[in-house]
Design a protein around this ligand. Sequence first.
Ligand SMILES: [Zn+2]
Length: 100
Amino acid sequence: MGTIDLMAVRRASMEALRSCGSASRLTGDRVVPPIDMTVVPAVTQVIAVQMSTYERALKRANMGLAGICEECGKPIGAKRLSALDAVTTCIHCARRHEER
Ligand SMILES: [Zn+2]
């Protein structure tokens, strides 16, 4: 299992938020029209969900539960774990969520 660098995740999230806001900054002598600010809450929401997944995965790893599906308790496939650092459910449970 790869290491989860929470600080790196936080930094990346802040970068993402900053790049959203930077569209309304002055560039040279002209003002760039601000982006549609209505998308910002949606972006923030996505980041918050990702953050909570990372934090949950980290907590589970600390409890010795890394690689165990938090829903069905079965082992998460090694392939799935190596593809995504912060998975907390097996592929079957993840698919079930997507189908909802
Ligand atoms: Zn499962």
